[in-house]
Design a binder for this molecule. Sequence first.
Ligand code: AMP
Ligand code: ZN
Length: 467
Amino acid sequence: MEEVSLFDTASRSVKPLLASDGKELKFYACGPTVYGPAHIGNFRTFVVQDLLVRVWQRAGGKVRHVRNLTDVDDKTIRGAREAKQKLKNFTQGWTDLFWKDGQDLRLQKPTQEPRATEFIPKQMALVEKLVQGGHAYEAEGSVYFRVKSFAAYGKLSRLDEREVKEGASGRADSDEYAREQAADFVLWKAYKEEDGEVFWESPWGKGRPGWHLECSAMAMEILGETIDLHGGGADLIFPHHENEIAQCEAATGKAFVRHWFHVSHLLVENRKMSKSLGNLYTLDDVTSRGWDSSDLRLVLLSGHYRQPLNFSWETMKAVRHGRERLGRLRLCLEEACKGKKGEGWGSFQPAWDALREDLETPKALGALYTAVGELEQQQKKGFSLSEAAKELSGLDLILDVFGISPSLEQEVQAPEEMQSLAKARSAARLAKDWKESDRLRDELANHGWEVRDAAGSWRLVQKPRTT
Ligand code: AMP
Ligand code: ZN
């Protein structure tokens, strides 16, 4: 297969990505916490992971991609209680929406999507092993990881001793007084009143798993004690992934992960997304403004994954324009090749090469549009059959790796009212009443619809709103 390289957070260097068994890449991605709709920041991480999988596959590799569903934690329990629903029903509803959004964004289905609640016995077994090995201790029905017992703690995030001692391990409940050291983190949480019906019987009494533990147990159970690649958003480096390493390596004595893959955050208007700032967007918020999910997918891939990316409606506009060019070129190549099949990357080779080198999407998109510009020039002179076939093959390959459709407009049914306006405009045109037909066109435009005339008929196309 062709080489694919990727930055590794642990060694701080770009390294070749390898399937250590020579067969398939074992990739674990921390999945969504299903307590509400995923926002476009979450989807940045999932879209970039999806791109990596597509690049790996196109390069000739096989992958076992596991992405879990966090369906029991503080947020899901609180959400279910507030919605007066059973935890299972509550998380299933949000899981369904996540799957639907993922499909719209053309995320390929992972090989497996384990739910944390399906692996409780495995999680308990891992806790028991850690207790037996002296790496964990029980206190008041909860079990904590003894950070002091694991010398390599902090190696991923390069945390120094001082920070560890000060208890930077995060997400520490204020009522966890029973911990020996502030840095110790919870593996198993003792039952509390507000957990309602959510608990499992364990050797330490009624309780539930901690979030970090869930991922460690699922990753090792499904992919093995040492996995090839593990990823998530950059916010997970510490404490989540640091704690996953501690749990796994203390239990097995083996290296847990060969390659770490973290995606920087998506910002909106250069700020962290938050409900209170009113800048937290879901896929629905974007598509209900008339944008296509392909536009969003391309925007999410427009910046390099190791840099924070700022989302704005202006970038959406630019991307839409680019996608229209792709659509027009594709149509033209399709016509010119007259059904002849081509092979290879053609002018899109540099774009493909850039993707295989640490997913350099800005470079790849630059190369893609350079090729598009050159082909647009050539189009004026006309393509030979075989040229058109080769370029169409390259264009389709690169579009497939990016996971975007080049289609010009989304098919949206215009509301009744808009259709009547368009009909009236059509009648005015027939009567050669240009003033009236222009007025009606402007009125449609004010409502966000563009009327396109074609062969004695018309079509309404929704224009994206930019705010
Ligand atoms: P969560 O549902 O909170 O568990 O997060 C799901 C994934 O989205 C994790 O990999 C997070 O690190 C990632 N994530 C959360 N917020 C953002 C953001 N603003 N930009 C990119 N990734 C994010
Ligand atoms: Zn995780």
